[in-house]
Each structure stands twice: as structure tokens, then as C-alpha cells.
Ligand binder design. Sequence first.
Ligand code: PMP
Ligand code: G9A
Length: 421
Amino acid sequence: MTQLSSDDLREFYSAGARVMTRSLIRELLKLTRRGGMISFAGGLPDPATFPVNELKHITSDILDKQPHLALQYGPTEGDTNLKDELVRWMGKDGIDVGRDQILITSGSQQGLDLVGRVFLDPGDPLIVELPSYMAGLQVFRSCRAEMIGVPQDDAGMRTDLLEQTLARLAREGRRPKFIYVVPDFQNPSGVTMTEERRRMVLELARAYRSLVVEDNPYRELRFEGTPVPPIMSLDRDGRVVYLSTFSKTLAPGLRIAWMAASEELIRQFVTAKQGVDLCCPSLTQAIAAEYCARGHIYKHLPRITALYRTKRDIMLRALEREMPPGVSWTKPEGGLFLWVRLPEGMDTEQLLSTAVEDEGVAYVVGSGFHADGGGKNAMRLNFSFPSEEHIEEGIKRLASVVKKHLPAAYAREPSRGPRSP
Ligand code: PMP
Ligand code: G9A
């Protein structure tokens, strides 16, 4: 019997499903499982950081002492013990929220989906950074919202350009539903937004009656420098929706993350989540809560940041050594990624098949992070997942691909090294 073809099925799809795009990162992830491949593509933690023994003990204790809770459905809002831990956790960053201002989600990715469901109708404008988190763009695109990009420099989103954009929209009688930012060690660029710009984003959101969605999975992974206050800690009128996750600090396989917002907004997100998955897994919520309550997380973080700092440094040194003139890159103070720019006119999408097929090295193309189709000469490199040896070897391979395709003019130009996105 023949199956219904994709053309047959298309007429059944919703308008949203028809415009959905597949995540390049998730597709590359399958490819990079092949032997011999060095992957700078996915934003995966180093599995050596997974605290397996502690998690074994905690899981066994939970199953001994409270199986009736850990294996049962839980409240949509999330495990109360976990929420209490998160109140304390965010308090250290000046985010002053109560238990009812938190919703536990299945990864921050679900938080982004709920943001889309609750705020976006087709055609609604929203502001994103250029570049911005790819799977965030994927969500907003499937809502058929209009993403308006505001460029970034090495101090984060250009708030002068944000102001111009908001003023233009206001003249057209429109206002964005929200401004989406990843302020700490951004995915993909690695850039951190300055405090001045954070205050300005909030100020502009207030002036133009918009909201701010602050997606902050990397905040705890700071290698050096002084932490900058989260935008939510500066907010006085419940204008910010904050998202964070245990995916990068503990283990993404737990799929435990959270949103913080005003009680009113959290009630709305809870309603939306009820239609998605009823509640997050009770078992992994209990594990995350206990991991915090026993204080493990506080000892674990310095170990992860030390490891990722070393890996970042190895990648930076390898880039400096291997890359030809005309190539530049960011120098992130934390997180998992850095952003490489090739000379204008080069196309990282065209180079990808050579890199993967001939050299066995993968990265994510810059255009995937651009709502406006830009970023063609850029690529995102992850330094947390590959081993130290693979970072050295992978950058060598990548540099040889770049050198083969470099326009002749750059062979002589001396400019290269760390720079803004
Ligand atoms: N937001 C950003 C900016 C991210 O980089 C990621 C993961 N790469 C997520 C959200 C989603 O993370 P998770 O669903 O694993 O919590
Ligand atoms: O999709 C994943 O596996 C999570 C990583 C996200 C990223 O690479 O940005």
C-alpha cells in the first residue's frame, strides 16, 4: 500500500506547520555522531561534567523515600521544593521573586514555546538580536510572527538601533510584543550585554510599552570578569520574562528549566503548559531540587567553569595560530560558544560540506542565527563538547578549509584576531 506523500499531507497541515523550519543544529547533531568527526556544532556540555555518582545517590534516595511523589503526576507549576531552591538561587543575582512567580518547564526550549503561544499571533512584530538563538527564531517563525532584527556589537544589542526601530514601528502604529535577548555569553556570539545597555533595553521597553524576554542559560558559566545584573533584577513593573535551565550547569537529559515572571504572567504560562504536557517529569524535578538542597550545585559550578575556560583558551590559541589573515572572532568571558567571521563574500554554508565531508569537522553556519538572512560569512564554534585534542585538531582542519577558499586579497592582509560579532 502506498503511503500518503508529503504533497498529499501538506493540505492537512496548519499554516504554522507549513512555515516551520528544521533546526540545522539538531540535523548536524545526527551527522556528528559519525566516527572520526570533530564537532564544534551543537551546544552540548562536556559529558565528563555530568555528576553521575551524586545523581545515582540522589535518585536512589528519592525512590526509597518518596516514590509516591517522584513517580506520580505533579502540579503544572512545578515541584514546590525545586521552586523554593530557585527562589534562593535567583535571589543571589538580585532577582526577587516568590514561589508563585516560577514555572518549571521541560527545558528552556519549552519556555520559549510557551512565550510564543501566550504572546504571538500571526503577523505580530517582535525584536530579536542579529544574531540570535536559532531555536528561539524557530519557535517565533512557527508562530508566523514578524521578527525584526537589531544588530549586536561587542557590548550586546545596539540600543541606539533598537530605539530607532521602536520609533519607526510606533510611527507605523505598531509595537513589538517583546524584545528577545540572551544577555550573558550569548548563543551564538558569546557576547555579554553591558549593564548600561540592559538598563536601556528595559527603559525602551517601558517607553514603547513592550515586554522583555531574557533567556539566560549561560549566566553561571562565567570564566572571568564581573557579573552584570540580569535585566529582570532591574525591573520594577513586571515587564520581564526570565528563562533559565539546568541543561548547561547540571545535565540537559534531565530536561529541567524554569521561567520567572509576574504572578499574572505565570498563571497564563501555566494554562498554556497544561495543553502541552500537563507537568514536567516529577522524578527529574525532585533530583534537581535535591542536587541544589545538598549544595552540590555550588561545588559543581567552579569545576565546570574551570574546564570550559581551559577549552576556550585552547580554542582561542588554536585560532590565533591557524587562521589566515582576514578572519576574526569573539573572545567570550564565559558560556559555550565563540563566533568566527570570515572575510566578506565568503559563505560558510558553501564551505560546510567540504568541512564535514572532506575534513571531518562541523560548525553551525551564521545565517541560521539571523532573522534577516545575514551572517553568511560567519560561523558558530562550540568549545565545551570537543576534547582538548579535538579542539586543536579541529581548528587545524577548519583553518585548512578556510585557507583553500580565501580570496587572494586576504593572503597579504595582516588584520585578524578577537573582534566584535
Ligand atoms: N535558550 C538558549 C539561548 C539556548 O542556548 C538553549 C540551549 N542551547 C536553550 C534556550 C534551550 O535549552 P534547554 O531546552 O536545554 O533548557
Ligand atoms: O539542540 C540542542 O541539542 C541543544 C543545543 C543548542 C545549541 O547548539 O544552540
